[in-house]
Design a binder for this molecule. Structure first.
Ligand code: ZN
Length: 446
């Protein structure tokens, strides 16, 4: 497809995006109009990233959304925008694959992970036009529903065209896979050209005058896909490439993954056979998958464990030991993608087990291959449903805001209402007694 047409299609979505933003923010200024330097917001509830504020508070920002002050309504003067429901900082979506957005609705629900992986591999191909438009549409949806930063898994450079000028902050995990040791060096080398393209984009963003947030950096780092798709040798190569850097991995998404490592049996054997992958060199460890691969990381990497649907108490204890064994106690994060788990495996992750262990919990939408929307509030609603509304809403909002900002190492900009930050402001409606309702929606207002 011609670049100009591709650009037009994507720009169209950008225009839609910004006209909506302008509508919410009222920021269509011309030189002849007076410019209001401050914007003021009050709501029934204000969650600041850590806790609910006392009633009758006002968030004051400059025209770029930087938090200038938080003060009682009676001291904040006039022109306060009063909102029903709740306002909170912008959401941090810590697990997504924006490049798979064209797979929306194409994979049937409930087929299990092994079947799902085969279908994604078979259906990845689409025209560039379709792929680019789907990326632009999905990113616009995320922006409008309050997402300000994304931990995004990249197998290709397809999303660079969009990310170059995106108003969202992207942390790009360049995903490496290959389950045969003999091909490990080659598989890493194959991803190097993708890695370099993202690095180049990051350098260009750093020097651009068009930066839209205070988060100047758009990091790029290698990450392993999953325990069932990365060999021991490849894990070790990724370990050497990622010293001290945040990595992300799909973890214990299905029973078969543990079975593979414990017994060298289960559903993945058929998948390897279908794709002609010779696993005769794979030796099972007798341990769960997590306890098998985590020791390969030895360079203080903070790790985002994604899914954790079949993670046990013993696995969580193991992650603690890993963390403590690393210099500076490398942080371990548990990212929930509940709607993807329900879509693929029809099983919710062990949310209360993670809470009982004081795990640092995050929320991700995963991709359109396994979700009907890329919407953090819909993830929060599903978490609430799966736990019978027993978790205080402010706790789950903390997972979606400050915890995500800490994990992606952008808490100096995002995740909470604190002076000097530029976290975005999200408005959630239809809230009663600090409970979401089925009608609740989230919209970014700044
Ligand atoms: Zn994923």
């Amino acid at each position: 497809m011609a670049t100009s047409l591709r650009r037009t299609l994507v720009q169209f979505t950008f225009m839609q995006l910004f006209s909506t933003t302008a509508y919410f923010s009222g920021c269509k200024f011309t030189l002849s109009q007076p410019i209001n330097l401050y914007r003021k917001f009050a709501a029934d509830y204000i969650f600041n990233g850590y806790q609910l504020l006392a009633p009758q508070q006002t968030i004051i920002t400059d025209d770029k959304g930087c938090i200038v002050d938080i003060m009682p309504v009676q001291d904040a003067g006039d022109e306060i925008q009063q909102l029903d429901g709740l306002i909170c900082p912008g959401f941090i979506n810590t697990h997504c694959h924006i490049e798979l957005s064209h797979l929306k609705g194409s994979i049937p629900e409930g087929g299990g992970l092994v079947n799902f992986v085969q279908q994604v591999m078979a259906q990845r191909k689409a025209t560039e036009e379709v792929v680019q438009q789907a990326i632009a549409d999905a990113a616009a949806e995320m922006y409008q529903s309050g997402i300000v930063a994304v931990g995004d898994i990249c197998n290709t450079a397809n999303s660079i065209f969009h990310k170059e000028n995106s108003p969202i902050y992207w942390h790009n995990f360049i995903e490496v896979s290959g389950f045969v040791d003999g091909a490990a060096v080659k598989r890493l080398a194959e991803m190097e050209h993708v890695y370099r393209q993202f690095k180049k984009m990051d350098e260009q963003r750093l020097t651009s005058d068009n930066r839209q947030t205070k988060a100047e950096h758009s990091p790029t780092v290698y990450s392993p896909h999953s325990p069932y798709s990365v060999s021991k040798k490849l894990f070790q190569l990724i370990n050497e490439q990622t010293a001290g850097q945040l990595i992300s991995i799909h973890n214990q998404e299905c029973v078969a993954e543990n079975e593979l490592y414990q017994l060298k049996t289960g559903g993945f054997l058929a998948l390897y056979k279908n794709f002609g992958i010779d696993i005769s060199g794979f030796e099972n460890t007798g341990l769960t998958s997590l306890q098998s691969w985590m020791p390969y990381f030895t360079h203080q990497q903070p790790i985002i464990l994604v899914h954790n649907t079949f993670t046990s108490q013993a696995d969580i204890a193991f992650t603690r030991e890993y963390s403590q064994s690393q210099k500076n106690s490398a942080a371990i994060y548990h990212c929930l993608c509940i709607n993807a788990n329900l879509y693929i495996e029809q099983q919710a992750p062990p949310i209360n087990l993670l809470r009982a262990n004081n795990c640092a919990i995050l929320i991700g939408t995963d991709s359109y291959a396994s979700n009907k929307q890329l919407n953090m509030l819909e993830e929060i609603k599903s978490i609430q449903r799966a736990t019978n509304n027993n978790i205080p809403l402010q706790e789950v909002l903390g997972w979606a805001t400050i915890n995500g900002a800490k994990a992606l190492q952008v808490k100096h900009v995002f995740g909470s209402f604190e002076k000097g930050k530029q976290p975005g402001i999200v408005h959630i409606n239809h809230i009663e007694d600090m409970q979401l309702s089925a009608q609740s929606t989230a919209k970014r207002i700044i």
